[in-house]
Design a protein around this ligand. Structure first.
Ligand code: PLP
Length: 756
């Protein structure tokens, strides 16, 4: 049946009318049901081994437009609607964005699912269905306020599978109910699945705001992603969530293995489990437990599991490497405690070095250590990150298992992050170099032949301007900000974290503000965009948001400053915002403290859309710099070696830097009368004191060079043709950062789904 016929049937069945009589909301529902059904009807690819990608987060973004694209019917849907006088874009807007992720790690998982299906590999995601997501961010009195994100509508993308599994917690058994979201492969007839486990009777709403009963596991286990872990109940809840996900997921894997006609002792021949960061690490002991229940000996089970599981490390931040007290696991999942102890005993017997123990002297379990000893692969997510893992953070492990370590530089799906979010640029590329780049992103390099072609360069500038106009219009509608789309659009959008150094960006804003007040105008008007959520319990991150919102208010109010400098922080930054902001960006802020950003993926999305990076030599910025060359990127700041050395020697003294002539007025502005008149004195002074005395992520170390480099970029922006050439060179080299390339490398080096 043609899609159109089914579409007419659906609106008839549901709403008793034909599409042209439907409201936009009804059209959205009918299209969602249609796309869901067409995807679900597709067969899964079959090659031999099957991959299960375990992740606490999948930051999918809206699904309708990308699903229609993958199904190959978006253009024809658009035309059909247009003939009825309807606009597909308006209808797509009505979809609520799934709130199943938080930042880069979750968005990576979503890009990977897209690429796995596009490459016709059999690979499903495994995660949890969080009813209220991370949280919805609002700004109240220039501060972040958190509300439940009620993204799950009555009718949604989830398909009930009818499958359930029993998860054996210490205090009770709970049923895990499996829902699926189909993931169609672009350009082929296949679909994989995102498996999301849920409770049987999830809570309908939290108490107040995002507060809820953390002890009521049976109703709240799937309420929120990353519930506040400031107290013991919150930390326990996280362990409950993790064990729920991995136990149900491991049971699903064994059930599917049996359905495919294989025995448990053949697991490793037919299954690969990718452990995305340490949240799913308990799948290792849990799978051993389940295999032993099926009759395997400990040796046999551990052998199968260690040939099935591969681990991806996403961070070297010590506080982010998960460790759980054994007594937590004893409470939540007593069944795996003897298994973890035995894994630890065997590890110690072979490798007595206490630094590599799974269970330390305080009876705390190091999740990453378990993954490394008992998995067959450990990968970092950018070349520099993997080198740091090998040379310093995980050196004792690298010495034991050099063959396990490998790099897989992250990527992003250009189907979402170029084709779908930037139709103007997509059309221009198709016209100039043909549309082969859509299937083979390396073909973007063909663009290099046009780098002196003024016609193409001018068109690039026009496309960029149109995206800037559109973003400005949207901010006017959404937040009442009237921006100047002729100004330089400088954007830093990503989770709020001190290592990402939004505070350093704020110091730049302050430096420009003070200069303008003294009559030293910038070369051209600048708009500084921010998008960021702070973890609800991360106090310093919330202070930084407060600072940014105060600066926004300050520049808005000041008629002398406003024509030259604006700050625009978007509320509730998410994938939908990213899709609007990234095409409109001139300067992409990637300014993390060197060594701290494992890879970054925002940097890749901006580059592919013709933004020029202003960044430190950190994460994948290093690879971007190598690809585009020094003329087409603005780099600054201390190297990762220098930073690592400063930490090792405890040699960083922000106080000395603070007293430098160029820095002190910027930092002190945090507690100036102007700012205190707007903001909360306690929060601003706390941030001010932290910056002077602690500055753990060394904003003051790089800030002077940052200001100079940023001013240079803003100067260079004035030569429009030269700038357009930089844009072109960036786009031309973005093909390397396609997640199709990343996934092809996982397949070749780790998964071998098509055989070795
Ligand atoms: C890509 C993306 C991120 C990751 O950004 P980084 O700059 O790599 O930290 C975070 N949030 C959203 C919504 C994204 O699309």
């Amino acid at each position: 049946m043609e899609w159109k016929e089914r579409f007419y049937q659906l609106t008839r069945e549901r709403f008793d009318r034909s599409p042209d009589q439907c409201g936009d909301r009804q059209l959205y529902l009918a299209l969602m049901l249609l796309a869901r059904e067409l995807s679900a009807n597709r067969p899964a690819p079959e090659t031999g081994r099957k991959l299960y990608y375990f992740s606490a987060e999948f930051l999918m973004g809206k699904l309708l437009s990308n699903t229609l694209l993958a199904l190959g019917i978006r253009d024809s849907v658009r035309e059909t609607l247009l003939a009825m006088g309807r606009d597909l874009n308006v209808i797509e807007e009505l979809e609520p964005e799934p709130s199943l992720g938080n930042g880069g790690l979750g968005r990576l998982a979503a890009c990977f699912l897209d690429s796995i299906a596009a490459l016709e590999l059999p690979g499903d995601g495994v995660g949890l269905n969080y009813h209220f997501g991370l949280f919805h961010q609002n700004f109240v009195k220039f501060k972040q306020a958190e509300y439940p994100d009620t993204w799950l509508e009555e009718e949604n993308w989830l398909i009930s599978t009818g499958r359930t599994f029993t998860v054996p917690f210490g205090a009770m058994d709970l049923k895990a109910v499996l829902y699926d979201i189909p993931v169609p492969g672009a350009g082929n007839g296949y679909a994989n699945r995102l498996h999301l486990f849920d409770l049987e009777e999830p809570a309908r709403e939290p108490w107040v705001g995002i507060r809820f009963d953390k002890g009521d596991i049976a109703h709240n286990l799937t309420s929120f992603l990353y519930p506040d872990d400031g107290d013991e109940a919150g930390r326990l809840l996280r362990v409950y969530q993790q064990y729920f996900m991995v136990s149900a997921g491991a049971q699903l894997i064994l059930q599917e293995l049996e359905e495919r006609g294989y025995r448990p002792e053949e697991l490793a021949d037919h299954v690969v489990i990718q452990i995305n960061d340490t949240h799913p690490s308990m799948v290792i002991p849990e799978m051993i437990r389940l295999l032993m229940a099926k009759g395997l000996t400990f040796d046999q089970a551990a052998d199968q599991v260690s040939r099935t599981c591969a681990y991806t490390n996403h961070t070297i931040l010590a506080e982010a490497l998960e460790k759980w007290p054994m007594h937590f696991i004893e409470t939540v999942a007593p069944g795996i405690v003897p298994i973890i102890r035995e894994l630890d005993r065997r590890t110690r017997e072979a490798h007595p070095d206490p630094r590599t123990a799974i269970v330390d002297g305080n009876d705390v379990v190091h999740m990453a250590h378990m993954d490394i000893h008992w998995g067959f692969s450990v990968n970092g997510v950018a070349a520099l990150h993997t080198e740091i893992l090998k040379k310093s953070e995980l050196k004792p492990f690298y010495d034991l298992y050099p063959g396990k370590f490998n790099n897989k530089t992250n990527g992003v799906t250009l189907r979402r992050w170029l084709e779908a979010c930037n139709p103007g640029l997509t059309a221009l590329l198709d016209e100039v170099i043909g549309d082969g780049w859509r299937r083979d992103p390396d073909q973007l390099e063909k663009l290099m032949a046009f780098r002196e072609d003024t016609g193409v360069l001018d068109r690039l500038l026009e496309v960029k301007q149109a995206s800037k106009d559109a973003l400005a219009r949207h901010l006017w509608v959404e937040q009442g900000l009237e921006l100047d789309s002729a100004s330089v659009f400088d954007i830093q959008s990503k989770r709020l974290h001190e290592y990402k150094r939004q505070q350093m960006n704020a110091l730049y804003v302050i430096s420009k503000y003070l200069a303008i007040r003294e009559g030293r105008l910038p070369e051209r008007p600048i708009t500084v965009f921010f998008g960021a959520k702070a973890a609800p319990s991360y106090v310093m991150a919330k202070h930084i948001i407060h600072l940014i919102l105060c600066l926004q208010e300050l520049t808005e109010r000041d008629p002398r400053v406003r024509p030259w400098l604006r700050v625009a922080m978007v509320e509730n930054y998410n994938v939908t915002w990213a899709e609007r902001m990234i095409p409109a960006c001139d300067i992409s802020e990637q300014i993390s403290l060197a060594s701290k950003e494992a890879s970054g993926t925002g940097n890749m999305k901006f580059m592919a859309n013709g933004a020029v990076t202003l960044g430190t030599m950190d994460g994948a910025n290093v690879e971007i710099a190598q690809l585009v060359g020094q003329d087409n990127i603005y780099t600054f700041g201390r190297s990762s070696d220098t930073v690592i050395d400063l930490y090792h020697r405890w040699a960083y003294r922000p106080r000395d830097l603070y007293h430098r002539e160029a820095i002190e007025p910027l930092v002190d502005f945090l507690v100036s009368p102007e700012l205190l008149a707007i903001g909360d004195p306690a929060d601003l002074s706390a941030l001010w004191r932290d910056m002077k005395n602690k500055d753990w992520f060394m904003a003051l170390l790089d800030v002077e060079e940052y200001i100079q480099t940023r001013d240079r970029a803003i100067h260079d922006y004035g030569d429009r043709r030269a700038w357009a050439k930089k844009m072109l060179v960036n786009i031309a080299h973005a093909g390397y950062f396609s997640s199709d390339r990343t996934i092809a490398q996982y397949e070749k080096d780790i998964w071998h789904l098509r055989g070795v």
